[in-house]
Ligand binder design. Sequence first.
Ligand SMILES: C[S@@+](CC[C@H](N)C(=O)[O-])C[C@H]1O[C@@H](n2cnc3c(N)ncnc32)[C@H](O)[C@@H]1O
Length: 161
Amino acid sequence: MDHNPIRALVHARALLARDAQTRAILRDVRRPEEILTDRDLVHLLDLSRPVAVLLVAVLHFIPDEHDAYAAVRTLVDAMAPGSFLVVSHVEQCPELEAAVRHYKQANAPAVPRSVDEIARFFDDLDLISPGLVNVQRWRPDDQKPCLDGDVPCYGGIGVKR
Ligand SMILES: C[S@@+](CC[C@H](N)C(=O)[O-])C[C@H]1O[C@@H](n2cnc3c(N)ncnc32)[C@H](O)[C@@H]1O
């Protein structure tokens, strides 16, 4: 889904050429079954053991008509207990309306969601501390926020029971 996905993939594969433990694949999160059955991934990943799925700043590009919740559910269902789901997602707010209008013309329209809607991605998972929070407040004792004040983006990590 990158502006030039093939170029992005070729670049990623060149970077990873010497890394036997990592693969770059070209798949669409709207079709999670294709991710889970991808030959490269199946060879590398043992889904009977805990894994981490990172959907960092991705789901706000999946409109409701493409059912982002069902896509995440399919990935979570495939994960073993003890696995992690990491999500960060732009929050719906008036300040972003102009940006959303702009993105409507892009090949991946942006769909900010409310915090409650973002929380639904973690249904049936246990959120680890500090929960679903503004990303600027993620473990503020551990690291200095990169910006002053909050940004309209929430993030959390859920663990599968
Ligand atoms: C804001 S970037 C975040 C990239 C990276 N996760 C990070 O945090 O630096 C959004 C990414 O979502 C990807 N994306 C958008 N729609 C997608 C889709 N339907 N399936 C897979 N990836 C998608 C884009 O290709 C882009 O790489």
